[in-house]
Design a protein around this ligand. Structure first.
Ligand code: NAP
Length: 248
């Protein structure tokens, strides 16, 4: 018996990086896993087979997290295909970094849409099912940047701070329905999103972290296993930093 046996989870943006690690850890813990992707179609389809090999029900859906209507259709499909929805992980995210002076309106809107509005979209669509079940765990992936701010990432930091305010409000509104809502704030996690950065910059970041290394996607996924499971049944409205004491 895994920590998530019998539960159905929906994870957005699982074709790579942290989302992919969450999907795999959830499947290992016995959850049935629905997940989304957008541009990485082949990777998404490959993940579906990889997850099914754990003996759970798995299905990938191509769905744009920033699209309100698409999120509603997605959640309806998941509930129809899986019969329930117990855990929602809002992980889909992008960066469009630039100094404020050079940041375009498109770069602002795109980041807010994919990172922040996406949480509103799926939570709004999922709460009906969770309220009926009188149970649910919602996990929103924010960032230490959403707590501290970051030069060159005003759009990203704003979207991640917004997620924290949203998470706490959902926890307050839906607590009486036994729906929990928490945020996970990764620090520097080594994924494809960070692999595009130059090695010297990356080493500089590693050196500045008290634990002297970047985190692995699985280390964020493990926090999501805890928050998705009944192990955290009285924890809601929290922001759990997974950052090697980077922001302490
Ligand atoms: P990543 O490797 O770039 O993966 C991002 C995922 O999001 C991909 O699966 C991508 O799918 C999906 N995605 C992007 N736009 C989407 C959209 N419009 N609709 C649906 N899915 C979409 O990034 P990551 O590093 O794993 O980051 C995952 C989350 O953790 C993000 O929210 C990020 O902000 C957060 N985070 C990361 C770090 C870090 O150090 N890596 C630190 C703090 C927070 P497709 O490729 O199929 O489009």
């Amino acid at each position: 018996m895994g920590l998530l046996s019998g539960k159905t989870a929906l994870i957005t943006g699982a074709s790579k990086g942290i989302g992919r690690a969450i999907a795999i850890r959830y499947a290992q813990e016995g959850a049935n896993v629905a997940f989304t992707y957008l541009s990485s179609v082949e990777k998404g389809q490959a993940l579906e087979n990889e997850l099914a090999a754990f003996g759970i029900q798995a299905k990938g859906y191509r769905s744009d997290a920033s699209d309100f209507k698409a999120a509603e259709e997605l959640v309806n499909s998941v509930v129809a295909d899986f019969g329930s929805l117990d855990i929602l992980v809002n992980n889909a995210g992008i960066t469009r970094d630039n100094l404020l002076m050079r940041m375009s309106e498109e770069a602002w809107d795109e980041v807010i849409g994919v990172n922040l509005k996406s949480c509103f979209n799926t939570v709004k669509a999922a709460t009906r099912t969770m309220m009926k079940a009188k149970a649910g765990s919602i996990i929103n992936i924010t960032s230490v940047v959403g707590i501290k701010g970051n030069a060159g990432q005003a759009n990203y930091a704003a979207s991640k701070s917004g997620i924290i305010g949203f998470t706490k409000s959902v926890a307050l509104e839906l607590g009486s329905r036994n729906i929990r809502c928490n945020a996970v704030a990764p620090g520097f996690i080594e994924t494809e999103m960070t692999a595009v950065l130059d090695e010297k910059t990356v080493q500089g970041w590693r050196d500045g972290i008290p634990m002297k290394r970047g985190g692995q996607p699985e280390e964020v996924a493990n926090a999501c296993v805890f928050l998705g499971s009944d192990m955290s049944s009285y924890i809601s409205g929290q922001v759990l930093q997974v950052d090697g004491a980077m922001l302490t």
